[in-house]
Structures are given as structure tokens and as C-alpha cells.
Design a protein around this ligand. Structure first.
Ligand SMILES: [Zn+2]
Ligand SMILES: [Zn+2]
Length: 495
């Protein structure tokens, strides 16, 4: 494992802890107080307004903006993006282990990797420290694409022309891929993401206000925003639904370097999901280290660096509560006022219009209030190792238990050309011996016969020699048998 660099210490204790007690204004440095005044949301809690997003109050607008415009990441760097807080430890530990080709247990989860937070707390010197790392680096962020903490993210925003299409831009695209870092964005069922935001707000508010009197619907309101709920201030990191939708746009424009990963898959099929992540990160698939990470990935949900006593923080870090959290969300929204239900549907519209098919599917599922129960082919489909069902795209397979992939975007299998189909008519299924007699079929070589019920009566063939039933005829075939021989080869090629 690569040795971790010495970091400059945090400049103040402000915001060191998730509990509100560490966000007392008197802990702020003089610089923070004078240059960047805090904003307060409708619950009276402090936040930092950066662009149109809320950031935790220890983040500095100047730092986020400067990282975005001035700091250049290395092409070998990897960014893990989490549109909702907190960052699941298991995902970070496994990703770092893959990148560093190290054991998962050896990864120090207390090392600050959240770059916006670390530079805000420790100053620009943090970047000098990580500059000394000569191996691949893994950093995290929560930021939306438009505030991404490096200047060479490869993100193309809505008003810029995407660099696809002409052949001249192909070269520019490859050049760009050579200098931009890899960005893995971790999203999940939208109800799960929102409940993570609700959970974080609750933990912070209880620490800040010193009371547990507020209920989840208060926080839900603050997370959903919009749709008549204006006045509650901007959402944290732009809101996980909007933030994820923006990342899906970025992925569609730069698919080689930016990819969405689905936390659900790391719960339902961790080895497949981890294998997909390893391939995206560009690490050796065959190394002992990668194999170990993939093999041990079933433990991804149990990894946590939180202190045993902070149960609520531990809960926020968990990734295996998909079912419970989507249920909790459904009961919250069912009892919410219409204006909040409208705001929720409005948020989901971003996912319905997304270029990412899985975000579409989740949004539809959430609109229909379906329980969390992802189709089992999603994990292999998203990891790009699925075996597509050839009947599904034609609407000919509705079997829930079908072992093949019913995922989106698989091409419809091509129909053979008309005369090819005409030729195959009568051969498409196992011919009965009678038909073969009539057509004067010559037996193909032995291996191709497997499963075919060939007639054993030698006298039925017009070709000479006793070996006729196990191979092509040795003598010159009649014109008729030569034609059928060609057809046989057509059929065998097609299998
Ligand atoms: Zn598939
Ligand atoms: Zn099927």
C-alpha cells in the first residue's frame, strides 16, 4: 500500500464532527467569519451558499471555486462522487483497494479524501501534501458537475457543444481522455438518496438545536424544495436527485471517463458490481489484489469507520437499508401535503428525462410507489457483463424468471436476409427422417450431428460407400446432393 502523506492540521475545530455542537460560530476562524459570512436555512441551521448549492458551513466558497477553475488533477486520479452524504465507507475502502492494489483492511478510512472539505479545512497546503503521492490517488466529492473540484474534469455542461460527431473531434476526445481523471458517481434508488439526506439533516439538526423534537417530514420538506416550497433555501450539493441527473448528462457526453454506478448493485450482487468498477478504474482484472477485492466484496456493506457509540452516524453510512429506507420514504410522502408530493414528482421528472436508462426506470418505479426490488439482471447489465435475452426486445419474453438480461439498450437481434430465411424454412427445427430422405440430405461431419436424429439406414443415401452416415460422400455428388450440401453448410454456420 502506498504510504499516506503527512497533512497540514485543520485550521479550526469548526465542522470537524457531524454533530451540530462542532458548528458553534465561536469555533470559526477569524478569516471565515469576516470573508465568507454564513447563511441560515429555515430551521435556523448554518450552511454555506456556493453557486446555487448549499454546502456544509465549514466549506469555503473561495476554495470550491478555485479548485474548480485552477486545480489540475492527474489523468491517473480517480474521483468517487456521492450526490448524497454520507460517503459509504465500504465503497471507498474497496475502490481505494482496487486503485492501490492493496488489501481492503489496510485502507485508512480516516484519511481525508473529500477534497472540497479537506482543502477548506486545511488550506491549499493539503494539495501540496497529496502532490507528493506518486501512485494513483483516490479522492471523493459530493459536488455537482458544474462545481467539480478540478479544472480538467472532462465535464461538458449543457450550454457547451459536446465533442462528439465529426472525425476531427474524435481526436480531440481521445486527447481529452488522456488528461482527464476518471469519475465514478454512486447513485441509488431516488427514495434511498432522499432518505439519506433526511437522515443527515436530522442528525445535524438534533446536534445543532439540542433537541429531537423535529420529525422527518420537516426534513423531507427541506430536502425536496421547489414546487411552492421556496424559501427553505438551496439543497445540499444541489440536492441528490438534481445532482445525480446532472451527472447522468455528464456521463452521456463523456462515457469513457465518467460513469454512474448503482449502490443497489453493491448490495444485491457485490462481486459483479465490484468487477464492473474494477474495469472502469482500469486496474488489472487478473491481479491477486483485484481478485481478492472482488471475492471479499460481500463484506462491502459491513465496513465502517464510525465509532461504535455513534449509532446514528453508523446508520447514515450503511448501504444495506435500501428496502427499509424506500418503505420509510413511501410512508412519509403518502402522508405529506400535496405541495410536497408535487415537488417530489417534479424532482423525478429530471430522472424521467435523463439519458441514463436506469435513472428513468427508478423514476417510473418511484412514481408507481413500487417497493424496492430491482430486477436481478440490473447488476450484470450495469457492469456490462450481461447475456441479453434475444426474445425480450421483440416482446416475446415476459418470463420474470428468464435467466437472460431484459435490460434496456440491447439491440434487437437482426433478422436474416429474406432469401436466407426462405432457405432455412424447413430446416429451422430438427427435420424428421422422412423429410431428410425426401430432400436427399447428406450427413454433415460427426460433431455437427450432435442432437440430430439422423437415420441409421445406410441404404437411404444415394451416395456410395458405407461411411456415408458419418461424413460427406467420397465420390462425385449428383447435382441435387451438391445443392443440399451447400444448404447444410449454411445451416451449420448459423448455429
Ligand atoms: Zn443487459
Ligand atoms: Zn427473457
Amino acid at each position: 500500500m502506498a504510504p499516506l502523506p503527512d497533512l497540514p492540521p485543520p485550521r479550526s475545530k469548526y465542522g470537524l464532527d457531524i454533530n451540530g455542537s462542532s458548528w458553534k460560530p465561536e469555533l470559526l476562524s477569524e478569516e471565515d467569519k469576516s470573508i465568507e459570512p454564513l447563511d441560515f436555512n429555515h430551521l435556523g441551521m448554518p450552511y454555506r451558499r456556493i453557486g446555487d448549492c448549499a454546502y456544509p458551513p465549514f466549506c469555503k466558497s473561495s476554495v470550491v471555486q478555485r479548485l474548480h477553475s485552477d486545480w489540475t488533477a492527474r489523468a491517473s486520479d480517480v474521483f468517487l462522487v456521492f450526490p448524497a452524504m454520507l460517503i459509504p465507507d465500504g465503497i471507498v475502502a474497496n475502490s481505494v483497494a482496487l486503485i492501490e492494489q492493496a488489501r481492503v483492511e489496510s485502507i485508512d478510512l480516516t484519511f481525508p479524501r473529500w477534497i472540497d472539505g479537506a482543502v477548506s479545512r486545511r488550506g491549499w497546503e493539503y494539495l501540496d501534501s497529496i502532490e507528493s503521492v506518486s501512485t494513483r490517488r483516490c479522492l471523493t466529492t459530493h459536488g455537482p458537475p458544474w462545481l467539480f473540484p478540478c479544472s480538467n474534469s472532462g465535464v461538458i455542461l449543457g450550454d457547451e457543444a459536446p465533442s462528439t460527431g465529426s472525425s476531427s473531434s474524435q481526436g480531440a476526445k481521445q486527447e481529452e481522455a488522456a488528461v482527464t481523471p476518471r469519475i465514478a458517481v454512486f447513485v441509488a434508488d431516488p427514495r434511498y438518496l432522499v432518505m439519506k439526506e433526511v437522515g443527515l439533516q436530522r442528525v445535524v439538526a438534533e446536534g445543532w438545536l439540542g433537541t429531537a423534537a423535529l420529525d422527518d417530514s420537516t426534513f423531507l420538506q427541506s430536502v425536496l424544495g421547489g414546487g411552492g416550497l421556496e424559501g427553505i433555501g438551496p439543497s445540499l450539493f444541489g440536492g441528490s436527485i438534481r445532482n445525480s441527473a446532472a451527472w447522468a448528462e455528464a456521463e452521456a457526453r463523456c462515457p469513457d471517463r465518467i460513469r454512474l454506478f448503482f449502490i443497489d448493485d453493491f448490495v444485491t450482487d457485490p462481486a459483479v458490481a465490484m468487477g464492473g468498477l474494477a474495469r472502469f478504474l482500469g486496474v488489472s482484472e487478473l491481479s491477486a489484489a483485484t481478485e481478492r477485492v472482488v471475492r471479499d466484496s460481500v463484506r462491502v456493506a459491513t465496513i465502517s469507520h464510525a465509532q461504535p457509540e455513534s449509532r446514528r452516524v453508523k446508520d447514515l453510512l450503511r448501504i444495506d437499508l435500501m428496502e427499509e429506507l424506500t418503505q420509510s420514504f413511501e410512508s412519509l410522502i403518502a402522508n405529506a401535503p400535496t405541495v410536497m408530493q408535487d415537488a417530489w414528482e417534479c424532482q423525478l421528472t429530471r430522472w424521467l428525462q435523463s439519458p441514463n436508462a436506469r435513472l428513468n426506470a427508478w423514476a417510473y418505479s418511484a412514481l408507481r410507489h413500487e417497493p424496492w426490488n430491482p430486477a436481478r439482471w440490473w447488476a450484470t447489465h450495469s457492469a456490462r457483463v450481461c447475456r441479453p435475452c434475444i426474445f425480450f426486445p421483440r416482446g416475446k419474453c415476459t418470463d420474470e424468471e428468464c435467466g437472460y438480461c431484459h435490460g434496456p439498450d440491447h439491440p434487437k437481434p437482426k433478422r436474416p436476409a429474406h432469401n436466407r430465411r426462405k432457405q432455412r424454412r424447413g430446416y429451422a427445427r430438427t427435420p424428421s427422417p422422412d423429410i431428410k430422405y425426401r430432400l436427399n440430405v447428406i450427413a454433415p461431419p460427426a460433431p455437427a450431428l450432435t442432437g440430430w436424429d439422423m437415420p441409421q439406414r445406410k441404404d437411404s443415401y444415394d451416395s456410395p460407400g458405407s461411411g456415408a452416415s458419418t461424413g460427406p460422400p467420397s465420390g462425385p455428388p449428383s447435382a441435387r446432393s451438391a445443392r443440399t450440401a451447400d444448404r447444410w453448410s449454411d445451416i451449420v454456420d448459423d448455429q
